[in-house]
Structures are given as C-alpha cells and as structure tokens.
Design a protein around this ligand. Structure first.
Ligand code: SAM
Length: 273
C-alpha cells in the first residue's frame, strides 16, 4: 500500500483471494443484485463484487482511500463510492437515494471491528432491512453473536431477535495485511423481524435489566430493576415454565419476548391489595 494502514480506523486489508471468493459464495451475490458495502478500503472485495455484475454502493471514511477507489473504479458504472462515516450518514436516506430501499439489497462487507456492534445495530434497525447481511467480524464476536441459550449476551439477544445468525467460516489473521491481533470469521445474518421502535423498546428494557448483574439470577435482576415484588416475578416465571433460579444467559429469544410482554403488564398494574 502506498499509504500506511490506519490502525485507528480498523484498517486490515483482505489479501487472500480464496477468502474473497468464499464471501461472494456465502453472500450469494448475483449479476442483478444491489450491494451495500461498508469500508471498501483498497477495494479488493469491491472489485470482486463488481465483477459479478452486481451494483455496489460503498461508503468509506478515509479520504485517501476514497481517492484511490475513485481512480480504480472510474470506468466501472456499477460502482459508487461515497466518502463518509457509516455512523454519521443517514443510511436510510442513502439507500433510498440509491434506489435500494424498494428494490431490495444485500450487505457484504469486511467491516472495521472497532464499530462492529453499532454497524449491526444500524443495519438491523433500518426501515428497509437488507435481504441478507454478510460481514467479516472478529471470530470471538461471531461466536458471541451466534451463541445458544446457556451462553447468550445482550449482543446475541439483540441480533437474534431481528435476524437468523450463522457463522459461515473461520478466517485466520494471516489473510489480512497488516496482520491483526485477532482471528476473524464470516457471519451471515438474515433479517426476520422488522424493527419497530415502540414495540421493541419494552423487550430490550427487560433484556438490559435481566443482564444488569451477570452473577445474579434473572429474577433478582428484574426485581431490582423494576421494583417488583419477588413473588410477582416468580408467578410470571411459573406461567412461562421458566425455572426460578435461571440466569439471563440461559433464556431463548422466544422466552425473552414472552417474558417482556408479561413484565410490561406487571409494571403497568399496581400490586394487589
Ligand atoms: N473492505 C476492505 C478489505 O476487505 O480489504 C477494507 C476492510 S478494513 C477491515 C475496514 C475499512 O473500513 C477501512 O478501509 C476503514 O478505513 C473503513 N472505516 C473505518 N471506519 C469507518 C466508518 N466509520 N465508516 C466507513 N468506513 C470506515
């Protein structure tokens, strides 16, 4: 590279063509697809995406890289590079402007790891969700996201509430330049639940409260957070067939949903005299 990779921007460039080919295959990129890419960097993945014939809209924060990408893709009518931060632009407007909103699109990206959770949150809360989201992430984060009841976290509940999540394959750190300190994995999300701020808020209020003290039982955390009597929480658990001593990390998404509805009802109902 003619300029030094910027560590602060999570710049680790994918050098292994076989990994790029596998990403395309997992993402099922076809000729007429519309692809949204975050952090195209030096354009290795962008190049492969554009060669399928798909249209690529890519957002890159680093001005030097944007200039370089514009030179590389000057002749490619199917590639548009936008300079900006995924955290600052109005992604909804950007997608609408590109005509992606109504025609459907896929996200395919090797993202900067320092903003993995915000990027996933942004993508899953769009009015116009992608049909699929294929992302390179830190291997350990991929494992946390696809965790099963027993090892759940706020992150896995948040992602699995909105999408089916699958870890597709492991990518060793040596596939990148500069070589990062961590291994990676390709994660695929298929959105299944539309984001509805007002309806979802109560679920995440209960989820956050449930995970507030990891060593405590779920019943304890909910009792403290919502100032509800212990017996009321235990009645809710019994109604849902949930063990009284269960911890937050053991609940499934369906149980969180059901529990959140019941807790919301309890908060709105004063205790019996
Ligand atoms: N996709 C390229 C590849 O596979 O080689 C580069 C991946 S590198 C891990 C992440 C890229 O995201 C870098 O080019 C970095 O400059 C860019 N980036 C960092 N923060 C960003 C932000 N907030 N918005 C958009 N791009 C960002």
């Amino acid at each position: 590279m003619d300029t030094k990779a910027k560590k602060s921007l999570g710049q680790n460039f994918l050098m292994d063509q076989s990994v790029i080919d596998r990403i395309l295959s997992v993402a099922e990129v076809h000729e007429h697809d519309r692809i949204f890419e975050i952090g195209p960097g030096m354009g290795a993945l962008t190049q492969a995406l554009s060669q399928t014939g798909a249209s690529v809209l890519a957002i890159e924060i680093d001005q030097q890289l944007v200039e370089r990408l514009n030179r590389i893709f000057v002749q490619s009518e199917n590639v548009s590079i936008l300079e900006g931060s995924i955290l600052d632009v109005n992604v909804e407007e950007l997608l609408a402007h590109a005509g992606y909103e109504y025609q459907g699109y896929k996200v395919v990206a090797n993202i900067p790891y320092y903003i993995t959770a915000p990027i996933i949150r942004i993508l899953l809360s769009l009015r116009s969700q992608a049909s699929s989201i294929t992302l390179m992430v830190q291997d350990e984060v991929a494992e946390r996201i696809v965790a099963k009841p027993g090892s759940m976290s706020i992150l896995s509940v948040m992602v699995q509430y909105y999408a089916e999540a699958e870890k597709c394959f492991f990518v060793p750190r040596t596939a990148f330049d500069p070589v990062p300190a961590v291994d990676s994995a390709v994660l695929k999300l298929i959105p299944k639940h539309r984001f509805q701020a007002s309806e979802d808020r109560h679920v995440f209020r209960v989820v956050r409260a449930g995970f507030s003290a990891r060593r405590k039982t779920l019943a304890n955390n909910l009792t403290n957070a919502f100032h509800l009597e212990r017996a009321r929480i235990e009645r809710l658990f019994a109604a849902l067939g949930i063990e009284p001593m269960i911890r937050a990390q053991e609940l499934s998404i369906a149980e969180w949903r059901a529990l959140a509805d019941l807790v919301a009802g309890e908060i709105d109902t004063p205790p019996a005299e």
